[in-house]
Design a protein around this ligand. Structure first.
Ligand SMILES: *Cc1c(COP(=O)(O)O)cnc(C)c1O
Length: 407
């Protein structure tokens, strides 16, 4: 298996396993394809940092002219380190702290996507205390079913995210009256890994109707942020082509004179990355076979958390009998698996397996559970590769811990 012109095996020889590998060409291509799909409309693509927040990945998007969608002060710190223009940064999330608000205000970001009236009041106070005005959109909840996994479905009535359309009208009136708030837009994000365009069209149409109402009320709406959520192919999904996605959104918004903001995460990076892991042992049981590998749920949690499918491929092809097995990691949890009852080629200990489509919500969701150092990350460009995050060391894992004098 190659990543661009680099044999994956060469990376493993240099860096070890488990290791994340990203293709720069793929990142660029995904960005350009989406950006061009919206070429006919005034728009700003804000890469959703939580999908993959490695500084090198962020810099690659900075170089493409991308903006960023952040959900914490930590992510703001990262995008600034990567060289992002703060005027292209939107700040989402249901629980921004006052410290985070102040940091973002001092950085001069494009807008805050506010999710509650209390958050609005806090933001007004923080902005007032440092003598600035906060640019604000409300995240409205259009109540459309994105038909995706419940954990990544965010725009329905029962969701903790956003404000339903009716109360949002009152929230806007409140915001317009506040001295340190400038109402600039409307925001919505209905979910992730969407594989059809109709929820996007429905949400855009509801947002459009709401924008018209707000304008009648005198709000100067300049931005419509339609979030992220475009799905990718993990297995046999047929996600919409970016052009069809763009058409669904632009048709939905119609001739409103606004700048469209997009917050794609997964579709920019998901299939730009793999996680390479090494087979440790084969364990044949009466009820099941297990392939034990050196990567685990702490490295890539999507199968454990969402029951998500991740493709698995051998890094070096060779003849082998097929077998059905669970591919599991060393962590002391029965939920620690990459695949269950999967038909694979019978591996031999020492073989390398690539966990496919691991570029989004892979490393960013990694933890140190079981005191496992987080994996290295590598970026490939043509026939070159660079380590963009060193594998963690055992010392780094206990840095900051102290045994107090009372012991
Ligand atoms: C997670 C998230 C995104 C990105 O979603 P993808 O499905 O990865 O495109 C965009 N906006 C907000 C507010 C999010 O929480």
């Amino acid at each position: 298996m190659y990543c661009e012109d680099v044999p994956v095996r060469d990376v493993v020889e240099a860096v070890g396993t488990p290791v994340y590998l990203y293709s720069l060409a793929h990142l660029r291509d995904a960005f350009r394809t989406l950006d061009q799909a919206f070429a006919g409309t005034r728009h700003l693509v804000c890469f959703s940092v939580k999908a993959n927040s490695n500084l090198a990945v962020l810099r690659a998007f900075v170089n493409e002219g991308s903006g960023f969608d952040i959900v914490s002060g930590g992510e703001l710190y990262r995008v600034r380190k990567a060289g992002a223009d703060p005027r292209k940064v939107v700040f989402s999330g249901v629980g921004k702290t006052r410290e985070e608000m102040e940091y973002a205000l001092r950085s001069g970001i494009l807008m805050f996507n506010v999710e509650s009236e209390q958050e609005l009041e806090a933001l007004n106070e923080v902005a007032g205390s440092i003598g600035v005005v906060a640019p604000v959109s409300f995240r409205i909840n259009p109540d459309v079913d994105p038909q995706t996994h419940p954990y990544i479905s965010t725009g329905m009535k029962k969701s903790k995210f956003g404000i339903a359309i009716d109360p949002a009208a009152a929230a806007y009136r409140h915001a317009i009256a506040l001295p340190h708030i400038d109402v600039v837009g409307v925001d919505c994000h209905i979910g992730s890994q969407l594989t059809s365009t109709s929820p996007f069209s429905d949400a855009a149409a509801r947002v459009r109707a709401f924008v018209e109402t707000l304008r009648r009320d005198g709000a100067n709406i300049r931005y419509v942020d339609l979030g992220g959520g475009l799905g990718i192919r993990y297995d046999d999904e047929q996600p919409p082509d970016p052009r069809d996605y763009a058409k669904a959104l632009t048709d939905g918004i119609g001739d409103q004179d606004v700048t469209l903001v997009l917050e794609p995460g997964r579709s920019m990076v998901g299939n730009a990355g793999i996680l390479v892991t090494r087979v440790l042992y084969l364990k044949r049981g009466e009820a099941k076979n297990f392939v034990v590998v050196d990567g685990a749920m702490n490295d890539l949690i999507r199968p454990s958390l969402y029951g998500a499918f991740q493709g698995l491929r051998p890094v070096v092809r060779r003849e082998a009998e097929p077998m059905t097995a669970d591919v599991v990691g060393p962590i002391c949890e029965s939920g620690d698996f990459f695949a269950q009852d999967r038909q694979i080629q019978t591996p031999t200990p020492g073989d390398l397996l690539a966990v496919m489509s691991a570029g989004a919500y892979g490393f960013t969701m990694a933890s140190n559970y079981n005191t496992r150092p987080r994996a290295a990350e590598v970026l490939v460009d043509g026939n070159e590769f660079a380590v963009v995050r060193e594998r963690e060391t055992l010392e780094s894992l206990v840095a900051g811990e102290k045994i107090p004098a009372m012991l």
